[in-house]
Design a binder for this molecule. Structure first.
Ligand code: NAD
Length: 324
């Protein structure tokens, strides 16, 4: 076991079940001291109980590891502070923070209620601020940190009836990118994971989304050939733990873990079409005439800051002879 977490203090939110539980158990097995946070509600985020987090802490301790439970909600400012305080009060530092807690409240876009929108933004997106900010401050003091935000292929690529979840999960990508930029000054790295597993959260899905013909076709025609027996929790653990290890130097990244295929997901811009030189903007018709080129997957780049994009524009303009 080369990659170890001895003397590291890790916070894993939503670690009473599913993915979070697996991360917490493996981190502890590899030497980390773990805050096992879980509110202990249902897969749709209703109710609460201390038993989910307590059971995982008992499992870790029974195996000779170190862990403490936190039963606070990530979805409030006070809850986030209490989760981080559990790490600081017990061990005086925070090295790793895996933002993972969450649940689903699916509905058609036009029918989503304020309650369904708020609950999902609160737990997935605002929760990442509530836990992430105090954790980041502690990491900054320690001069070291690994943040992992849990997004979702459904949330980022798209899944019908999940506009609330998609907005929250995609928001985490922007959040992590900025944390990565700012954290680079203090030894803090930040990445995003898109996991896939048949957890109870996945079982919570209302199949009502099959009413959308094009989406239903995508579901029916999906090729699961390489996924048999692999859309399960443990297949997500290795990449998650690598990303929060000292061995990993990657930051500002987005990674997919699906059926044993591990891959970087990139947000890139293609070369596109550059309007003729000068300060007269092109017409709407010019855009229509060049739309194929604007769409073409050629000479793409992945800007790591907004300023990188200006460089990509300059390269495209030179390549197309608009500027020399
Ligand atoms: P899960 O339901 O098994 O685990 C989620 C845990 O979060 C639960 O134990 C729950 O009690 C806890 N939780 C919910 N609200 C909380 C709150 N306010 N404060 C603290 N804890 C809270 O589900 P899972 O599949 O393991 O999901 C974990 C994360 O992975 C979620 O963010 C989910 O959106 C994401 N995800 C899961 C999949 C998948 O296929 N399972 C895919 C993509 C993303």
């Amino acid at each position: 076991m080369d990659i170890r977490f001895d003397d590291r203090v890790a916070i894993v939110t939503g670690a009473g079940n599913g993915l979070g539980r697996e991360y917490a158990l493996e981190l502890a097995r590899r030497g980390a001291r773990v805050v096992v946070n879980d509110l202990g509600g249902s897969g749709s985020g209703h109710g609460q109980s201390a038993t989910a987090a307590d059971r995982v802490v008992d499992e870790i301790r029974a195996a000779g590891g170190e862990a403490v439970a936190s039963h606070d909600s990530v979805a409030t400012r006070a809850g986030g502070a209490a989760i981080v305080a559990a790490a600081l009060d017990n061990w005086g530092r925070v090295d790793i923070c895996i933002n993972n807690a969450g649940f689903l409240r699916n509905n058609r876009f036009e029918d989503l209620t304020d309650k369904q929108i708020d609950a999902i933004l609160d737990v997935h997106l605002k929760g990442a601020f509530y836990v992430g900010q105090p954790a980041y401050r502690a990491m900054r003091r320690g001069g070291y940190g690994r943040m992992l935000f849990t997004a979702s292929a459904s949330g980022v690529f798209g899944h019908a009836w999940q506009a609330n979840y998609g907005a929250a999960k995609s928001g985490l990508v922007g959040l992590s990118n900025v944390v990565a930029l700012e954290g680079s000054a203090y030894g803090i790295q930040s990445n995003v994971l898109l996991p896939t597993a048949d957890s109870r959260l996945a079982a919570e899905m209302d199949p009502g989304f099959m009413e959308i013909p094009a989406f239903a076709d995508a579901v029916r025609n999906a090729d699961f050939a390489a996924s048999e027996g692999r859309v399960v929790l443990p297949f997500n653990v290795p990449l998650a733990l690598y990303l929060v290890s000292e061995a990993c130097s990657a930051t500002h990244g987005l990674y997919s873990s699906n059926s044993g295929r591990y891959a970087r997901v990139r947000i890139c811009a293609v070369e596109g079409w550059v309007a003729p030189a000068g300060t007269t903007p092109p017409t709407v018709e010019d855009i229509g005439a060049h739309f194929d080129q604007i769409e073409r997957m050629e000479n793409w780049s992945e800007p790591m800051t907004v300023y990188d994009e200006f460089g990509a524009v300059a390269r495209a303009a030179r390549a197309q002879g608009v500027y020399s």
